[in-house]
Write a protein that binds this ligand. Structure first.
Ligand code: PLP
Length: 356
């Protein structure tokens, strides 16, 4: 089976983990700080604050912006549920707007129409590693005095105009095993704002600047030294991994037939966390056909957030036709750096043979 994703950990990561164990310092040590510095550097930002997951990075970012009860956060319904939950965790309200049919990202044309006096933030998601239209989103945010929190959990290495995602607003990344780089579980917040970075650090660690002196109510959302040690090795491999993903994606886009291949907007660098095609009719049949040929696939996401039972229970309804149709038609194919040329050929032959 050609898997849809594989964590790529080697001898260096193994050695780094053993060094932590031997050191006796498993938490709150110098590796987390070093990882934060290394990640801030690759993103071209002043601060990075490591967390226990991408979800807690998002939650911390929302809280650090002072978003709370009664506030609204505009986001996409076509994402992993954590993007929207980040607002709920702060007792704020996620407000959904529909997506663009080609990029699968939030459609800026709808954002302005959804703004109310309660709107505090726009939370775009760089879905599949494809950067959102940041110029349009930043323009709207500026005109209306809104904060931008980028869910870049799938987009390490993605860029707009030579600038890394996560450097336009407050960035949130995940290091879950399927992501472009991993720390097993883990996350990070990126920002150029000193005060925001300070608040995020307090929220992450029980509101303490000095141990056992608490100036605000915080959480334990810390990353461990073991995770950071893995992350330090992985961050050095990020550009190489993303280049391999992009080369695999380019090959697939040239050779695949009968499906709608992903788009990359001019001036952007798609990080291809997922290589997601649209199958206008017969997606389930194609999945079966590929599974029988040993090719793993994934559907991200089969049900938009506003239609999830958890959100229906909260009274969410609404109709976002572009997102709903995408959830019926998208299919992700393997694109990860471990693919060999023969794997890529098998994927191409697998898809194309479905229609011949
Ligand atoms: C993975 C992911 C998250 C959450 O990250 P975790 O590390 O799993 O908590 C949030 N948003 C998106 C879009 C993701 O893909």
């Amino acid at each position: 089976m050609i898997p849809i994703s594989v964590p790529l950990l080697g001898e260096e990561e193994k050695r780094a983990v053993l060094e932590v164990i031997d050191s006796g310092q498993l938490a709150q040590g110098k590796r987390v700080e070093a990882f934060e510095q290394a990640f801030a550097e690759v993103c071209g930002v002043k601060h990075a604050i490591a967390t226990s997951s991408g979800t807690t990075a998002l939650q911390t970012a929302v809280l650090a912006h002072g978003i709370g009860p009664g506030d609204e956060v505009i986001t996409t319904p076509f994402t992993f549920i954590a993007s929207a939950n980040a607002a709920l965790f702060a007792s704020a309200k996620p407000v959904f707007v529909d997506i663009d049919a080609r990029s699968y990202n939030i459609d800026p044309r709808w954002i302005e129409k959804a703004i109310t006096p309660r709107t505090k933030a726009i939370l775009p998601v760089h879905l599949f590693g494809n950067p959102c239209d940041m110029e349009a989103i930043l323009g709207i945010a500026r005109r209306h005095g809104l904060v931008v929190i980028e869910d870049a959990c799938q987009a390490h290495g993605a860029m707009v105009g030579g600038r890394s995602v996560g450097s336009f607003g407050t960035g949130c990344f995940s290091f879950y095993p399927t992501k472009n780089i991993t720390t097993a579980e883990g996350g990070i917040i990126t920002t150029n704002d000193d005060a925001l970075a300070d608040r995020a650090r307090l929220i992450r660690s029980h509101g303490q600047r000095q141990r056992y002196y608490h100036e605000s109510i915080g959480y334990n959302f810390r990353m461990t030294e073991i995770q950071a040690a893995i992350g330090l090795v992985q961050v050095g491999k990020l550009q190489r991994f993303v280049e391999a993903r992009r080369a695999n994606a380019a090959y697939l886009s040239v050779h695949l037939q009968g499906v709608v291949t992903p788009v990359e907007s001019p001036g952007t660098r798609h990080a291809y966390h997922q290589y997601t095609i649209r199958v206008v009719a017969g997606r389930d049949g194609l999945v079966e056909h590929l599974t029988a040929r040993g090719i793993g696939t994934g559907i991200y996401y089969p049900l938009p957030v506003h239609q999830q039972v958890a959100y229906q229970k909260l009274g969410y309804g609404g109709h976002f036709p572009v997102a709903e149709q995408a959830s019926q038609e998208v299919l992700s194919l393997p694109v990860h750096p471990a693919l060999r040329p023969e794997d890529l050929d098998a994927i191409v032959k697998g898809v194309n043979s479905r229609w011949s």
